[in-house]
Write a protein that binds this ligand. Structure first.
Ligand code: NI
Length: 173
């Protein structure tokens, strides 16, 4: 296993719509394992392929929480088949926008069709933090970030902050 470098906003690779995954290759399995490792190391509860520079439609997540046994998941070619009318507000963060947390309103429940890492098809309902996480990660696959739900002025402030952070990190290297 090896840790991947997480791309920090703003970056054109985080703004692109990703391609469907064709087949589940050994390379994809290795990448998914590396992404889970990278996510746990960060630490975070979700990481989408474009965040490590791979423009393909899959992401990893684990919303089990620190008190529970890990529940690593890989969702490939996810498609939302239903969303609830009820909404939830959750404070969201993103490994590509470190240190920024803002409330985002999304459907409280979603039903998603996807393939797992063994190629099996699933249709599953997600609620609460899992629903937020799945929708946040699926947005990444369409080149959308959680800051896109915020006001223009807030988004511009956050983007400026991230540019500054990236400059600081570049100097340290
Ligand atoms: Ni994110």
């Amino acid at each position: 296993m090896s840790l991947k470098r997480i791309i920090i906003h703003p970056d054109p690779r985080l703004k692109k719509a990703c391609e469907q995954v064709d087949g589940i290759s050994p390379a994809l399995r290795k990448l998914a394992t590396d992404m889970l490792e990278t996510m746990y190391d960060a630490p975070g509860i979700g990481l989408a392929a474009p965040q490590v520079g791979v423009l393909e439609r899959f992401f990893v997540m684990d919303v089990a929480g620190k008190e529970s046994a890990p529940e690593p998941r890989v969702l490939i070619n996810p498609r939302i088949s239903w969303v609830s009318e009820d909404v939830n507000v959750h404070e969201e963060g993103c490994l590509s926008i470190p240190g920024v947390y803002e409330d985002v309103t999304r459907p409280a429940m979603v039903r998603v069709q996807f393939k797992d890492i063994d190629g099996n098809n699933h249709e599953e309902e997600f609620e609460d933090i899992a629903a937020t996480c799945v929708q946040h990660e699926m947005d990444h696959l369409d080149g959308k970030l959680f800051v896109d739900y915020l006001s223009g002025i807030k988004r511009r402030m956050i983007t400026a902050k991230m540019k500054k952070l990236k400059k600081e990190w570049a100097r340290e290297e």
